[in-house]
Design a binder for this molecule. Structure first.
Ligand code: APR
Length: 240
């Protein structure tokens, strides 16, 4: 009996590290194209808070317009592809909870994906509270396709805002047999706390990351290496 025997329900948390080898910058530390974390090039409080949006909406909209354009040029890497393979073949419950706002899990074919921090390719109308798929810029204040109000903002969860669908995530953790964290620094709550919740619930925990993260000691097991290598290897193991 290996440690992965008897596993039925799996919750996978992904972070910026899984998209780094697709050329999307991570937020903290190396990875991505420039080797600089995104938050080292921009102050978080200037672009990723509701206060920043109220103070200088053009700056914030332009920042997200650039990011939205950039992700559409990127392609999924072998780590996304491996998770899509697991999603297609895994007979038990599977949920990919991603902190990422790119759509690389979906583009590699994964179907069970929950975006807890929102999505670059959605615009949220703050007037009629609907979300519309959005691939172009927002800085010109285009009208909402549903109500016509010029009140669209990026559908991205900013610091100080509540992540999406937390009830569903905790419900999935309660019925999980295995929690796997991939490519996240464990710096941002509530996602950083999922491993502790899982431990409290008696769920087995595994971390796949380039380097040890802030929460590494909480995991039963940590496997270090680039996501494009360690994720396909783990998926092969799971699928036998
Ligand atoms: N393979 C695996 N892991 C990698 C790779 C790689 N090729 N490159 C980098 N990493 C790891 C880094 O070592 C780091 O631990 O990915 C992690 C990225 O951490 P962050 O940049 O902090 O990204 P993330 O954890 O997703 O950030 C969480 O913070 O700013 C907010 O809302 C934003 O969703 C984001 C949240």
């Amino acid at each position: 009996m290996g440690p992965m025997d008897g596993i039925r329900n799996i919750v996978i948390l992904t972070g910026a590290g899984i998209s780094a080898e697709s050329g999307i910058d991570t937020f903290r530390g190396g990875g991505g194209q420039s080797g600089l974390g995104l938050w080292e090039q921009h102050r978080v409080e200037d672009v990723a808070t509701p206060e920043a949006f109220a103070r200088d909406p053009n700056l914030v909209l332009r920042f997200y317009d650039m990011r939205r354009a950039a992700v559409q040029e990127k392609l999924p890497n072998p780590a996304h592809d491996a998770l899509a393979r697991l999603d297609a073949k895994w007979k038990g419950g599977l949920l990919i909870v991603t902190q990422n706002v790119d759509d690389l899990h979906e583009r590699s074919g994964a179907s069970r994906v929950l975006h807890m921090h929102g999505e670059h390719l959605n615009a949220w109308c703050t007037w009629c509270d609907t979300r519309s798929r959005w691939t172009g810029p927002l800085v010109e204040r285009p009208p909402c396709p549903v109500c016509g109000a010029c009140a669209l903002r990026p559908d991205v969860v900013w610091f100080g805002e509540m992540p999406y669908r937390m009830d569903e995530i905790y419900a999935a953790l309660r019925s999980a047999d295995l929690f796997v964290s991939i490519g996240t620094s464990g710096a941002v709550y509530p996602a950083a706390g999922f491993v502790q919740t899982a431990r409290d619930l008696g769920v087995r925990t595994l971390e796949l990351n380039l380097e040890r993260s802030q929460g590494s000691e909480w995991f039963h097991e940590t496997r270090l290496g680039p996501a494009s290598e360690v994720v396909p290897a783990w998926v092969d193991e799971m699928l036998g």
